[in-house]
Design a protein around this ligand. Structure first.
Ligand code: AHR
Length: 650
């Protein structure tokens, strides 16, 4: 293997390896966003999702969802309970997200809005119980009045449980109204009151990601335009954010999760803040007036005067009926988003960011226009969208979508069109078998060096078939991705961003496999694929270096970069073979090397090996060092291994 240190190539983009986040598999509610109460505001379509009445014999005589004199215009449903007698078991249970994860002696902020009606209800008792109904923590709320008021308490569980639930019962007989029932851990990332789950953010931060793409994925589009993601509804006071059915709440996925809604407690402000916390460039993806083309394919008219969907609409084009939505709505959303992220306190949307506690701009540099879209209707919307955004914000880069590859004709057509349009980035998606990744390591070798850059925005090796429930995060998938990623790195002048997808999955509530990070209510682990992503990201270096043996000849895959910040040569080697492989590495143009080389190795004889909640580091990188005396060195790669060598360049 010859690394041509004397022929350095382009700079490696800082954003090169990043993250794709979508609220799929309970990634947000029930995952990264640690609110323990499901449907805390009773605002889902079926208002009692997550809630179950306990009658206390017959003490709880009635319960109903009402809307008169609500808390706010957007939070306009609440639960009314009527008890004919006082009972320790007359009230409601919230099941959480497949249970609630609570830790012994940790503190949880309980809060509720409540008011009393007829009768003599003096207060509420709230109890965290384990799966068997044993009380873990309790608190009393007293002094209810006839007006809405927020009551708070701190719950400190006496034991750890990953399947706890919350019980709320009435003290006294009569009527009480409840809304926005919340149990939120005090221990959050940066100890923020509406903060994120610490173990999960830590896993993300450890990857040193170059960017964070959010909020998806298909949920950007929605099955219908009414169900699209609207960022403006996800900012401001958390309790006023309207919940929305999750696009992955469907019988069409492998695990039916009819209770899947987005609370938007994790909204656009929090995504920007998360990006900043983990050092990633924010990359919001916006709807461009098109619902998911795999579903309703609903379109927003181009303007009020082209209500039929525009010149490219076909006879079966389904145009959104609400005439107030046109493409202009979506363009305005994009312009306002730039102002929200970057604008001064004196601007309308910048002021909202400042009011939420972030006076400094978020420094937004790029926006995605649509997710997995294709065809003339997309291009015409994109052109108008791009024209308007660039006219006001010429420095904002736009990411256009080529949709899913491999082998998709629509993908090829979109790529051609966006090259003609001179797009900034083309977003390519590919989910395929592990061998596809090894066979396509040269995918970008012959891409044009001019024109749009590539964002490999979603990819993952699928062990069985695309999104099959039998897919596993095997070492075979991960090592094949590592092989492919040497090709990304060797083409970092073309592929400026890349992200594995999806990011998170809850072991008890997923719709897609495989995924980068798995979790339950208390624990989480990185898959072998996670460690592959991490190794590429933390070793991305600063300058591309040409390397021979590049195209997977004889199942050896290699790439190399120089790291100017540490003055090291970084060589990545993937040995997809059951035999150990001795390699000779020659650093052309280097006169002298430092004595000690650090090798970080992932290896397993078993290509089916996986990590799990119980064995989170079963397959994880291990470090070793070895001594060298010249720029030509020998090293033996382990069978089925991915190795990163950091060689000091003296
Ligand atoms: O990553 C899961 C889904 O795959 C994304 O939502 C979509 O963009 C793609 O089809």
């Amino acid at each position: 293997v010859t690394v041509q240190v004397n022929k350095p190539g382009a700079a490696v983009p800082k954003s090169m390896f990043g993250l794709f986040f979508e609220d799929i598999n309970f990634g947000a509610d029930g995952g990264l966003y640690p609110e323990l109460v499901k449907n805390k505001s009773f605002e889902t379509d079926d208002h009692l999702i997550g809630w179950k009445a306990i009658r206390g014999g017959a003490a709880l005589s009635e319960y109903t969802i009402l809307g008169q004199q609500p808390l706010s215009a957007t939070n306009n449903h609440y639960l009314r309970l009527t008890a004919k007698a006082s009972s320790p078991d007359a009230g409601f249970i919230n099941e959480g997200f497949r249970g609630m994860g609570v830790k012994q002696n940790a503190e949880y902020n309980f809060s509720v809005y409540a008011r009393r009606g007829a009768g003599n209800v003096s207060g509420l008792r709230v109890i965290l119980e384990d799966e068997k109904g044993q009380a873990l923590a309790q608190a009393q709320v007293s002094g209810l009045t006839g007006e809405w008021k927020q009551y708070t308490a701190v719950l400190k569980p006496s034991a750890t449980s990953s399947k706890a639930h919350l019980k709320v019962v009435m003290d006294g007989a009569g009527t009480a109204d409840l809304d926005v029932v919340s149990v939120f851990p005090k221990d959050t990332w940066q100890n923020r009151p509406n903060g994120l789950r610490t173990d999960l953010v830590q896993l993300l931060k450890d990857m040193k990601p170059g960017f964070l793409r959010f909020p998806g994925g298909c949920i950007v589009e929605g099955r219908t335009l009414d169900q699209r993601y609207q960022w403006k509804k996800t900012i401001g006071a958390v309790n006023d954010r309207e919940s929305l059915i999750n696009r992955w709440n469907t019988e069409f996925t492998h695990r039916y999760t009819p209770d899947y809604y987005q609370s938007f407690g994790l909204g656009f402000f929090e995504y920007f803040q998360l990006s900043e916390d983990i050092g990633a460039e924010p990359l919001p993806i916006l709807n461009i007036g098109m619902a998911c083309q795999f579903n309703s394919a609903e379109l927003a008219p181009l303007s009020a005067t082209t209500p039929k969907g525009g010149p490219n609409a076909s006879a079966d084009t389904h145009v959104h009926s609400a005439d107030e939505i046109t493409l202009e709505t979506f363009i305005q959303d994009a312009l306002d988003l730039v102002e929200f992220a970057n604008g001064p306190a004196t601007s309308t949307w910048g002021a909202k960011r400042v009011a939420m506690g972030h006076p400094a701009p978020f420094n937004l540099k790029m926006i995605g226009a649509g997710n997995e879209q294709w065809g003339p209707q997309y291009y015409e919307r994109y052109e108008l969208f791009a024209k308007a955004v660039k006219a006001k914000y010429p420095n904002i880069k736009l990411v256009s979508s080529a949709g899913p590859d491999p082998g998709d004709e629509r993908f090829k057509a979109a790529t051609t069109r966006f090259r003609e349009l001179g797009a900034d980035f083309i977003d390519e998606h590919y989910y395929a078998k592990p061998e596809w990744f090894r066979q396509n390591v040269g995918r970008y070798d012959n891409y044009p060096r001019t024109g749009p850059k590539i964002f490999a925005g979603e990819y993952a090796a699928q062990s069985v078939a695309i999104a099959s429930p039998r897919n596993k995060n095997t070492w075979d998938c991960a090592i094949s991705e590592a092989a492919f990623m040497t090709g990304l790195e060797r083409n970092a002048d073309v592929v400026e961003m890349a992200s594995y997808a999806p990011l998170f999955a809850n072991v008890d509530a997923w719709q897609w496999t495989p995924n980068l990070i798995w979790m339950d209510n208390l624990r989480s682990y990185g898959t072998p694929n996670y460690y592959v992503q991490k190794l590429f990201s933390v070793n991305k270096g600063t300058t591309m270096l040409p390397v021979t043996n590049k195209n997977g000849e004889d199942n050896l895959f290699t790439s190399a970069v120089a790291d100017k910040t540490t003055n090291e040569i970084v060589v990545k080697l993937v040995n997809y073979s059951t035999s150990a492989r001795p390699v000779k590495i020659n650093l052309a143009g280097v006169k002298k090397v430092g004595q000690t080389v650090k090798a970080t190795v992932m290896a397993s004889d078993d290509l089916q090996a996986e990590n799990s909640l119980d064995k989170p580091m079963y397959l994880a990188p291990k470090e070793e060092t070895f001594k060298v005396s010249s720029p030509t060195m020998s090293y033996t790669l382990a069978p089925n291994s991915f190795t990163v060598l950091r060689i000091p360049n003296k």
